[in-house]
Design a protein around this ligand. Structure first.
Ligand SMILES: Cc1ncc(COP(=O)(O)O)c(C=O)c1O
Length: 461
């Protein structure tokens, strides 16, 4: 298994990029400088038009990473012990995750979806409540609100940061608003300091969806530790890959005791036990992870920090390169962000600078160059599940008809900037690419530049 991409030398990179004009010292300048020059001309033919791909015979780092020599010892111990249900290894994982996050407690659960479902349920967010959420996210960030009987209210995004725009939160607050659910989408932190100050002002609960944001931080404080609860996903594609898995973190002992009890059939735990533990004490379900998942998690934990630092380094470098290509606007981090997770490397594509080449054709050309990419999310605030919930027997029983007027709801929950981002602008490159080398980043930039310079021909192909 190849974990790292073939190293392209700087010379190879420069060979494919012929610089015209003045002011660029080929011998001593960095690739950054090469791209900095608007006079950079990549004369090679784009792969989509029959030329050589920018990335040839190339294996991007594969995912998930598994190193038998170091990772399998603990897993085999678990398998051979016969103790497969939640016990010491899960306890150890939870302790380590809490410690790493700077949180008092952690509870491992079956997935991120149920970390969110549980957090909302144990904060008693439900029927009659409204929860403010971004439309630019994975379905689980919104389905947890409906799952608990509450109504999602969508706050439009800031396309530069891809996050819920804090400036648009207060206009969405009503007497029914109970909580804000910030999602650190793509692994880039939300503006939590501003969000928390709005939450305090309006006495709102905050559940952070950090399912894509392991180790991301704001002024050195990890995301997931700002609100009442922070939720994580450890599903295979995630940076902390366990196959399936999730976690809730919080400093609130009573809340965490309730979450524990809930994830274990409602059996007594800590403060939920009361004075006399008399059987099942609350409504619960079963959301426990296995010892072998925890063993896999402990192995992944060993390299998470190093990988995160590498992703940050490469993302910064790639951003510096492609930010100089007209029409390409890489993500912006809020000023107080000290680390991002980069579950994805996002940028905005503005076709006006690419001779009106449509986004799907741009992506086709980029893929042909050997760079995997996608257009990302579709609009969550417009999908049929919302109408389906509003028309359900349960919602009709608990809400007055005027609150379930779907046409009105759809109108009030329009998010025009999200619409443009989803349908025209966003482009993602996956996190494993950011585990490559500097020359890989240079090749990606070069591929985009090649498409830019040949946009007219690609459009007319
Ligand atoms: C933002 C976000 N929230 C929640 C989830 C749900 O996590 P899981 O897949 O572990 O249930 C995901 C997973 O993709 C996610 O990306």
């Amino acid at each position: 298994m190849k974990l790292f991409a073939k190293n392209y030398s700087r010379r190879e990179f420069l060979k494919t990029n012929i610089v015209v004009g003045t002011g660029v010292a080929l011998g001593t300048g960095t690739a950054n400088k090469v791209l900095a020059s608007c006079a950079t001309v990549n004369k090679t033919t784009p792969a989509v038009l029959g030329g050589e791909p920018q990335v040839t015979s190339h294996d991007w780092p594969s995912w998930p990473i598994w190193k038998p020599e170091t990772d399998e010892k603990r897993l085999l111990e678990v398998m051979r012990s016969g103790v497969w249900s939640r016990k010491n290894v899960t306890d150890e994982f939870e302790k380590k995750w809490a410690q790493l996050m700077g949180a008092k407690r952690c509870l491992a659960v079956v997935n991120g979806t149920n970390a969110l479902n549980t957090s909302l349920a144990q904060l008693e967010i439900g029927w009659g409540d409204e929860v403010l959420v971004t439309p630019y996210t994975f379905i689980a960030s919104v389905s947890c609100i409906l799952f608990n009987g509450a109504i999602p209210v969508f706050v439009d995004i800031d396309p530069e940061t891809f996050q819920m725009d804090p400036a648009k939160i207060e206009e969405k607050i009503t007497p029914r608003t109970r909580a804000i659910l910030p999602v650190h989408i793509l692994g880039l932190p939300c503006d939590m300091e501003r969000i928390m100050s709005i939450a305090r002002k309006h006495n709102l609960l905050v559940v952070e969806d950090a399912c894509q944001a392991w180790l991301a931080e704001i002024n050195g404080k990890k995301v997931g530790t700002f609100g009442n609860a922070g939720c994580f996903s450890f599903q295979t594609t995630k940076h902390m890959a366990m196959g399936e898995g999730g976690a809730i973190i919080s400093d609130d002992d009573e809340f965490m005791d309730r979450c524990f009890s809930y994830h274990n059939y409602g059996n007594p735990y800590g403060s939920t036990a009361g004075q006399i533990a008399a059987g099942t004490v609350m409504i619960g379900t079963k959301l426990r992870i296995t010892e072998y998942q925890a063993a896999i998690g402990l192995a992944q934990l060993e390299r998470l920090e190093e990988q995160t630092n590498l992703r940050n380094e490469n993302a910064g470098y790639l951003k510096s390169l492609i930010g100089k290509i007209p029409g390409i606007v890489p993500y912006r981090l809020y000023e107080n962000v000290t680390k991002a997770a980069f579950h994805l490397f996002p940028f905005l594509y503005n076709k006006e600078y690419f001779k009106e080449l449509p986004r799907n054709k741009f992506m086709e050309a980029l893929r042909a160059e050997g760079v995997p990419c996608s257009g990302g999310y579709t609009e969550l605030n417009k999908m049929p599940y919302l109408k389906n919930a509003f028309e359900s027997k349960y919602y009709r029983k608990f809400y007055p008809a005027e609150q379930l007027d779907y046409e009105k709801y759809a109108e009030e929950n329009k998010c025009p900037l999200n619409e443009k981002l989803c349908n025209e602008q966003a482009i993602w490159i996956t996190q494993n690419i950011l585990l490559g080398s500097k020359s890989d980043m240079e090749n990606i930039a070069s591929a985009i530049e090649k498409i830019h310079l040949n946009a007219e021909k690609i459009k007319n192909k």
